[in-house]
Ligand binder design. Structure first.
Ligand code: ADP
Ligand code: ADP
Length: 225
């Protein structure tokens, strides 16, 4: 069975369906993009997987474990949103350590993980800086480091590039691909940008109006008439 398996997932807001019985399988180590126009339900699906929203119906399994009943912090899922929301009064290193401190990780191991995570996003040299001293792209990479420091079983990215200017977007795009290649992390990324999905993802789940219409490789999708 698939590493992440979403089955019959449905969600309505005050009676208006946002997701209509979505099924989606993601293999271990895969980079999947959820692609579709604004309002089609991408964020809702991501939030349901993360445990930030309760579904009306449906099940989620991760590594053969049912996780639907688990609170967000027990799912071992890393999250990065478009408004990367670092803590402004904490250094970069403290920001990355935050999730580890929340889990009461011993200091030595936490420091090793912070160093490893910052190295993965190539920001070791900025560990002692404050977020306000960093560019938008660097801040987004700190948010990524914070998410991967917990060694998540799954990394969820909600429009991670949309607040960056074109130059930064290109470099963070490349870095995300490299991060995926180096870590083998399973990634699900929300985007409304077709080029982003095509160039970054192994497979694309094309969404429209609360449904997944197609889930194929970029090449298969591109070759559709
Ligand atoms: P996307 O991420 O593709 O832009 P969303 O999942 O954010 O789509 O939204 C799907 C639909 O659900 C939209 O019609 C949106 O307006 C609606 N919606 C999302 N969140 C809420 C909410 N908290 N309350 C009411 N409606 C919502
Ligand atoms: P996204 O860009 O992820 O689709 P939005 O900017 O649409 O998110 O929404 C941001 C927040 O507002 C989310 O928490 C979402 O649940 C909520 N939201 C979105 N649409 C609606 C809506 N129609 N009514 C109430 N809340 C909404």
């Amino acid at each position: 069975s698939a590493y992440l398996s979403i089955s019959g997932m449905a969600k309505a807001y005050r009676g208006t369906p946002a997701l209509k019985s979505v099924d989606l399988d993601v293999n271990e180590g895969e980079f999947v993009a959820l692609l579709g126009p604004s309002g089609c339900g991408k964020s809702t699906l991501l939030r349901l997987v993360a445990g930030l929203l309760e579904p009306d119906e449906g099940t989620i399994t991760l590594a053969d474990q049912r996780i639907g009943h688990l609170p967000a912090y027990k799912r071992d899922i890393g999250l990065v949103f478009q408004n990367y929301a670092l803590f402004p009064h904490m250094t970069v290193a403290r920001n990355v350590r935050f999730g580890l401190d929340m889990r009461n990780m011993p200091r030595a191991e936490a420091e090793t993980r912070v160093a490893d995570a910052l190295a993965l996003v190539k920001l070791e040299h900025l560990a002692a800086r404050m977020p306000s001293e960093l560019s938008g792209g660097q801040q987004q990479r700190v948010a990524l480091a914070r998410a991967i420091a917990i060694r998540p079983r799954l990394l969820l990215l909600d429009e991670p590039l949309s607040n960056l200017d074109a130059v930064l977007r290109a470099s963070v795009r490349t870095e995300l691909r490299e991060l995926h290649a180096r870590t083998g992390l399973t990634i699900v990324m929300v985007t409304h940008d077709q080029v982003e999905a095509m160039t970054m993802a192994d497979r694309i789940a094309v969404m429209s109006d609360g449904e997944v219409l197609q889930h194929d490789t970029p090449q298969q999708i591109y070759e559709q008439p």
